[in-house]
Design a protein around this ligand. Structure first.
Ligand code: IPM
Ligand code: MN
Length: 351
């Protein structure tokens, strides 16, 4: 078996702490399943930016293309103006490596951590396929008469047929492979955003013809939020654009028990993918050993799956499920009943 090369970007705030636990789990699970890997640390983030005045060194993207996967902690530093690191690192990596899918599972592992009354783990188990390379995130727009009374700010949602289609095809394939309820819901806003969502809906309906076994559905994004709270059990896989996907996956994280457990993968099915906890750098908890590392550990599980280490990925998820069901008092920082490093140890012990 060739050695897997994993690039590690611990990043800012609590990022390094949660990544440390993830790497601990990687080491243990690799021993168990004889996975050979090597890691290389890239210290991009707020500190790097403050020192060097650029978010990432020249050539970073090309260097990262030589890896099998990227493991990312968190980006965001209190001393750096919001937007600089997000755009200069996170979005730059997603776009530069053409990670056009953001895959975000929403799965409840312990009923008592769900804020929804009367909902159980049987009800909350779906996956959001978020388009990750276009839409409002493209950064297109302009100011007209900036700073004047008649100022106009335009922010354009840019959607290409190719970009939309590759995302929708991925979602259909994923729904098929997942093989649960075989239902794919398009989440959009066809009643107002009549250009973008016309393209999305037409593409969705055309691609659907290639997947007669998949049930299709459509929900406006506002209604999707409502259903996620009222009837989350209706969802199997949801496909949506970049902005809506960003928003509904924070809601998804809450119904699965919080940011402490929510993980995601930025996927380029033909290139290098990057896995991360979906929450931020949580500066106020930095270096206190109280942050929940499970989101990062779940992200590691997804990374292993992408590397086709399916048994190892399953073992990581099973260990997480076990401790979430039997050990942790809460998934929130500081209230788990264990420290960050103890939670990492518990996962290792339960592998
Ligand atoms: C996420 C984050 C990012 C996004 C930010 C940090 C740019 O919120 O990964 O969901 O909006 O995509
Ligand atoms: Mn977000």
């Amino acid at each position: 078996m060739p050695v897997k090369k994993i690039a590690v970007i611990p990043g800012d705030g609590t990022g390094p702490e949660v990544i440390r636990e993830g790497l601990k789990v990687l080491e243990a699970v690799s021993k168990k399943f004889s996975i050979k890997y090597e890691t290389q640390i890239f210290s991009f983030g707020g500190e790097y930016y403050l020192k060097n005045k650029i978010p990432m060194p020249e050539g970073a993207i090309d260097e990262l293309k030589g890896f099998d996967a990227i493991y990312l902690g968190a980006i965001g530093h209190p001393k750096v103006k919001p937007g600089i690191l997000e755009q200069g690192i996170l979005l730059k990596l997603r776009f530069g490596l053409d990670q056009y899918i953001n895959l975000r599972p929403v799965k409840l592992y312990n009923d008592s951590f769900c804020p929804l009354k009367d909902k159980t783990s049987a009800d909350i188990d779906f996956v959001v396929v978020r388009e990750n390379s276009e839409g409002l995130y493209k950064g297109m727009g302009e100011f007209i008469n900036k700073g004047k009374k008649d100022e106009v700010a335009k922010q354009i949602s840019y959607n290409t047929r190719q970009g939309v289609e590759r995302c929708i095809r991925y979602a259909f394939e994923y729904t098929k492979k997942r093989n649960l309820r075989k239902k794919l819901t398009l989440c959009g806003k066809t009643n107002v955003l009549t250009y973008a969502w016309d393209l999305w809906e037409r593409t969705f309906n055309e691609v659907a013809k290639d997947y007669p076994d998949i049930t299709t559905d459509y929900a406006h994004v506002d209604a999707t939020c409502m259903w996620m709270v009222k009837n989350p059990e209706w969802f199997d896989v949801i496909v949506t654009d970049n902005m809506f996907g960003d928003i509904i996956t924070d809601l998804g994280a809450m119904i699965q028990g919080g940011m402490g457990i929510a993980a995601g993968g930025n996927i380029n099915p033909f290139g290098v993918s990057m896995f991360e906890p979906i929450g931020g750098s949580a500066p106020k908890y930095t270096d206190k050993n109280v942050i929940n590392p499970l989101a990062a550990i779940c992200a590691l599980g997804m990374l292993l799956e992408e590397l086709k280490e399916l048994k190892a990925a399953q073992a990581v998820e099973n260990a997480v499920i076990k401790i979430v069901q039997t050990k942790l008092k809460s998934l929130a920082a500081g209230r788990m009943g264990f420290s960050t490093s103890e939670v990492g140890d518990l996962v290792v012990d339960n592998l």
